[in-house]
Design a protein around this ligand. Structure first.
Ligand SMILES: Nc1ncnc2c1ncn2[C@@H]1O[C@H](COP(=O)(O)OP(=O)(O)OP(=O)(O)O)[C@@H](O)[C@H]1O
Ligand SMILES: [Mg+2]
Length: 225
């Protein structure tokens, strides 16, 4: 339980624009233990997505380090990083980012196919994940033929297809009503109970009570709640 999956060292992210310099992250030190569920709260524009994107290696920090699974993440080039992402990190975006011309099953299976898994294995596992989220009957639907909550469950299934060490989710309930938000939070709580390591950015304050650690990001710094 005490094994660290993720550790950041003095993460700094600054955007240098023509007219101004925006210091978004001013020294973030975060540790995430294997099997823990971490929540990050904070006002709009405080840098939550910026931080999560760096944790998931989608974006590079201006300064500082991220150790993931004991490796210095940003010592690798972009090709190697996308390989690490594909194999070890599951990312759920705020607006699902499902591919509109592919079915649910195909969307979920895709990261496994990219990773060289056979079609049979990829689709079997994709179907298993859809079943787990109570959506097996919708496997052939296109994303546009699903509700917002259903799309997000498919996006979570896609993030889980390669059995990642870490699941990162950026406000997955951002555009859902209360009932669907609660359903989605339940999915994450169940995943935590299965031993998944999760970092979730959310506006749903009530989740903070049931996780291992909640933080607030404010003025570039992280405060434990
Ligand atoms: N590519 C960029 N170039 C310049 N500034 C950026 C860029 N991306 C984000 N920012 C700025 O960085 C700050 C943090 O943005 P970020 O998207 O991380 O906030 P957030 O906490 O996720 O907000 P929200 O809750 O609205 O999603 C904002 O002031 C934003 O304008
Ligand atoms: Mg955001």
């Amino acid at each position: 339980m005490s094994e660290l999956i993720l550790k950041t060292e003095n993460l700094i992210k600054t955007y240098f624009l023509k007219q101004e310099t925006i210091e978004v992250l001013k020294g973030i030190n975060l540790e995430v233990k294997k099997g823990s569920f971490i929540v990050i709260l904070g006002p709009s524009g405080s840098g939550k997505s910026t931080l999560l994107n760096i944790l998931g290696s989608i974006d590079r920090p201006t300064q500082g380090k991220v150790y993931f699974d004991s490796i210095d993440l940003f010592s690798y080039n972009d090709n190697k990083l996308s390989e690490i992402r594909n194999q070890k990190i599951g990312f759920v975006f705020q607006f699902h980012h499902l591919l509109g011309e592919f079915s649910c099953l195909e969307n979920i299976a895709m990261p496994a196919l990219i990773n060289g898994t056979t079609q049979k294995q990829a689709y079997t596992r994709a179907l298993m994940l859809l079943e787990k989220f109570g959506m097996a009957d919708k496997k052939n639907r296109l994303p546009d033929e699903l509700s917002g909550g259903e799309k997000q469950r498919v996006a979570i299934a896609r993030a889980l297809i390669n059995d990642p060490l870490l699941l990162l989710a950026d406000e997955p309930s951002g555009n859902l009503d209360e009932e669907n938000t609660n359903k989605l939070l339940e999915v994450f709580i169940n995943l935590k109970n299965e031993g998944r390591t999760i970092v979730l950015v959310t506006h749903a304050l009530e989740i903070a009570r049931v996780v291992n650690q909640a933080y607030k990001l404010k003025e570039g710094r992280l405060y434990a709640l």
